[in-house]
Write a protein that binds this ligand. Structure first.
Ligand code: KG4
Ligand code: ZN
Length: 384
């Protein structure tokens, strides 16, 4: 009989539940996003996140079980994110997971959120009939994390060992996207909209009223170098890039009229790509492209250097920013040139979800690594 695990994820601003069979087959994957609640603050408000998790957790778990056609009694285990994340948010998922496990007399498996992101890659690889080779370099790049791990081959239970080999010294890459989008009045979260604006096609530009060839032909109004750090050459730093955008906008008042227009658009709730594209002049679009180019090149350069350093056999990329189109296509090019395979989760599994939590729990189920009822959130849990 396949092993069915219910995963519960509530570390940040997504309440999620999923059922995964044998660690690889996703039977359901339900995510209730809180973006609409947090967007007016331009970031996640921890108190509001906890309150919303409390409201959502029961219906989300119920929906995940129903979509998987799996009654609670048929589950083999319940997995829950222990950390890292917001303590109040984690507490909601952990308390609910503990209660379900106790009531149903099922084992409870604590999962590191970052290990969940690693397993999101394997879920997609399995669907595509591909297998990653080890050792691998894994880049986890999201709103809260930008970190490079060496991933050693799995043991007999399928458990991996991780060694952190690089990390951000300040902002995460997703945080830089969100902050730059805020400076440019492009809404929250910033990643998806900046990604689309940077990739706007001639046809989209034309239908938004721009002269089709001007935006892409416009040279960047400023050149951002690769973000640099002292010390470990595999570390990242993104706060300087965000500050460079801030200073550039301050020094060039010509951006302000359109920023005001976009702010008004956001207040009206008109925050989609189609609303905002006509309100971005060619210079703004060129600035967005230049910002993204700098982030993408920095992420890829460090990851390729890490791969060389540890003689990696493959590259794994996960976390919300792994949904970025330019990051994906540039990674494909660079890794092919280096003779390495690169693996991404599907876009839906790149951002926070519970299928990755249930998947990461499967080797722990096989190794009988269960938690006691005294399990507590660990907001700064490390991945080892
Ligand atoms: O993994 P995730 O859902 O949550 C965290 O654990 O942080 O990642 C969310 C982050 C946000 O900063 C968001 O702006 C970014 O991922 N993001 C993107 C894209 N989609 C989401 N960044 C760049 N390009 C995207 N397409
Ligand atoms: Zn995450």
């Amino acid at each position: 009989m396949p092993i069915k695990i219910l995963g519960i994820e509530s570390s940040c601003d997504e309440t999620a539940a999923a059922v995964v069979s044998d660690g690889l087959e996703v039977l359901s994957n339900v995510v209730a996003s809180q973006i609409d609640i947090h967007k007016k603050y331009g970031g996640v408000v921890p108190e509001l996140a906890s309150r919303e998790h409390l409201r959502q957790i029961v219906p989300v778990v119920r929906e995940a079980l129903s979509q998987a056609r799996t009654p609670l009694a048929e589950l083999d285990a319940i997995a829950v994110t222990q950390g890292p994340g917001l303590v109040g948010a984690l507490l909601v998922g952990i308390t609910y997971g503990k209660t379900l496990a106790a009531a149903q007399q099922k084992p409870l498996i604590p999962v590191n959120h970052l290990e969940g992101h690693v397993h999101a890659v394997f879920l997609e690889a399995y669907r595509a009939h591909r297998t990653a080779k080890f050792p691998a370099v894994c880049l986890i790049v999201s709103g809260g994390h930008t970190v490079l791990y060496e991933v050693s081959p799995p043991d007999d239970c399928g458990l991996f060992r991780y060694r952190k080999i690089g990390q951000t010294r300040d902002d995460a890459a997703g945080e830089a996207y969100d902050k730059v989008a805020k400076l440019l009045a492009l809404g929250y979260p910033g990643g998806p909209i900046l990604d689309r604006l940077a990739a706007a096609t001639a046809a989209q530009l034309a239908s938004a009223g721009h002269a089709a060839d001007t935006a892409s032909a416009t040279p960047p109004p400023v050149k951002f170098g690769l973000t640099k750090t002292r010390g470990n050459p595999l570390d990242f730093s993104f706060s300087g890039l965000k500050t460079a955008v801030l200073y550039h906008l301050r020094e060039h008042p010509e951006y302000s009229a359109q920023i005001t227009a976009r702010e008004a658009s956001l207040v009206r709730g008109e925050n989609s790509f189609h609303h905002l594209l006509p309100l971005c002049d060619p210079q703004t679009l060129a600035l967005v492209r230049e910002f993204q180019r700098s982030v993408v090149r920095t992420l890829i350069d460090r990851t390729m250097a890490a791969a060389e350093l540890i003689s990696a056999e493959s590259i794994l990329v996960s976390g919300g920013v792994a949904a970025n189109s330019e990051l994906r296509s540039e990674f494909e090019k660079r890794s092919t040139a280096a003779g390495l395979e690169v693996f991404f989760p599907s876009r839906a599994l790149s951002t926070d979800n519970a299928a990755m939590i249930a998947a990461a729990a499967y080797p722990r189920f096989r190794a009988a690594q269960f938690a006691s009822t005294s399990l507590e959130p660990h907001p700064s849990l490390a991945l080892t």
